[in-house]
Design a protein around this ligand. Structure first.
Ligand SMILES: [Zn+2]
Ligand SMILES: [Zn+2]
Length: 451
């Protein structure tokens, strides 16, 4: 249900639109504003000129308050919205785009996000929900929502975590889904038999009531949807309600769906199940949209249809070559490679295995290339004790002499092994990042995730 309301904000009267409301949510918790939206700031309870640190701090605080709780689905929903808001505002570029154009700015074609729209962004943020289509997420977009949502029900965007193996080999997911379907007993009227709704007694049939909002030093009065009748202005009496849906017009419906992850699909790719989303009376059902979310692979990295991996070879192999199974591929196949005779392989040398990359989506018989970089494993100290050092030294290329021309001043430093991770430690610019990783587990992600 999208309702247009008027909000008086400072000197301007701005037209606003509410979120589609889940039944567990209080109505009109959030209002859309134009031309400059502040919803995302409002979600975090900060002002639009808040500093990065203030946004972080507010998010931490809110994340604790709205921690997803299995007994309180509304909290989970709230948490998701807030987390998505944080994800946007914490990225300076996204925040700038949002400040300029609101959600539409994030969605717009010229938004410079490489084709990714806000729905993807939010979806990308969320963890897979384990197969249930439990949460839809609609950030709307002021008066100009994404056009694909117009004229039909709300789309449910469901992130689904995939491995690189699954994208290489393809996979069929069998899912049990639950969605809202128009009640068959009352055909979506919500009424029992031929009972008719009466004008709502709280709002006198207007559908809205006045609400006062505090903005620190001043109060604004705005119209909000009547919570008694959900803004419809009509209300069915208890005894006139449909027995099956209890006047809700929709019922929960379970079904099974198959989602095919095709070979060569990409990270963030959307798989759309048209019309599989929630139904509302009089509106075509929304879509269920799976957004693939690739988890990093421990040995392969993907870029388009190319793959990259690293192979460790011994010093003997580097010097004298090899002919062996170098890698186990993503389909479990071993790949045997022979190096050319007389070729010394140096650290970081790269070779290409043509046609061993990712399958191309929709043309799975065509594959990209596999790039292989080499790491040379040097023998260890124990090995050195077992060999005749003098002979070995005489066989190897000679050691280097002092730097020439010899510097005038030469000092002596002690040899001490170190950990490169400690390089730059104590640098003042670093400590904020470290602090954040402690709290969020790195990369600005929240410490908990909606289930
Ligand atoms: Zn019904
Ligand atoms: Zn009412």
């Amino acid at each position: 249900m999208h309702v247009v309301v008027e909000v008086e904000e400072k000197n301007a009267v701005l037209r606003s639109r509410a979120f589609k409301r889940a039944s567990s949510q209080p109505p009109f918790g959030l209002l859309k504003m134009a031309p400059v939206e502040t919803d995302l700031y409002d979600l975090l309870g900060v002002s639009p000129d808040a500093s990065e640190a203030e946004i972080k701090k507010a998010y931490r605080q809110k994340a604790k308050e709205h921690h997803p709780n299995i007994n309180d689905p509304a909290a989970g929903q709230k948490f998701q919205e807030m987390a998505a808001a944080y994800e946007t505002l914490n990225d300076p570029e996204l925040r700038h785009m949002y400040d300029l154009g609101g959600m539409e700015g994030l969605n717009g074609p010229g938004a410079g996000m490489g084709g990714m729209d806000a729905a993807d962004l939010f979806a990308q943020f969320f963890q897979a929900s384990g197969g249930g289509a439990q949460f839809g997420f609609d950030f709307g977009a002021g008066g100009a929502g994404p056009s694909r949502r117009r004229g039909k029900g709300q789309d449910a965007v469901i992130p689904h975590t995939v491995t690189l193996d699954e994208l290489y080999n393809g996979k069929t997911l069998k899912l049990n889904m639950e969605k809202e379907a128009v009640c068959g007993t009352c055909k979506g009227s919500g009424a029992r038999g031929s009972a008719k709704a009466k004008a709502c007694s709280i709002c006198d049939g207007k559908g809205w009531t006045n609400a006062q909002t505090s903005h620190g030093t001043y109060l604004t009065t705005s119209r909000v949807a009547c919570s008694n009748c959900d803004g419809t202005g009509e209300k069915l009496r208890e005894k006139d309600r449909c027995k099956r849906c209890k006047g809700e017009k929709v019922v929960k419906e379970k079904n099974r769906q198959e989602v095919v992850i095709e070979k060569g699909m990409a990270d963030k790719q959307r798989i759309i199940l048209p019309g599989a989303g929630d139904e509302e009376p009089g509106t075509p059902a929304g879509d269920v949209i799976f957004v693939l979310r690739l988890t990093p692979h421990e040995s392969f990295e993907r870029s388009g249809s190319d793959l990259l991996t690293n192979v460790t070879i011994t010093l003997s192999e580097a010097l004298f070559g090899f002919s062996r199974i170098l890698i186990t591929h993503l389909d479990g196949r071993g790949v045997h490679v022979t190096s050319p005779p007389g070729k010394i392989i140096k650290h970081s040398d790269t070779i290409i295995l043509r046609g061993e990359g990712m399958p191309v989506h929709k043309q799975p018989d065509t594959k990209g290339d596999l790039y292989l970089t080499f790491t040379i494993e040097m023998p260890d100290d124990a090995w050195l004790k077992t060999v005749d050092k003098k002979t070995l030294l005489s066989l190897l290329p000679p050691k280097k002499a002092d730097i020439q021309p010899r510097p005038e001043i030469v000092t002596t430093a002690a040899f001490e092994e170190a950990d490169i991770e400690e390089f730059g430690e104590g640098d003042e610019d670093d400590w904020v990042e470290d602090d954040e990783e402690d709290e969020f587990g790195g990369a600005g992600e929240p410490e908990c995730r909606p289930q």
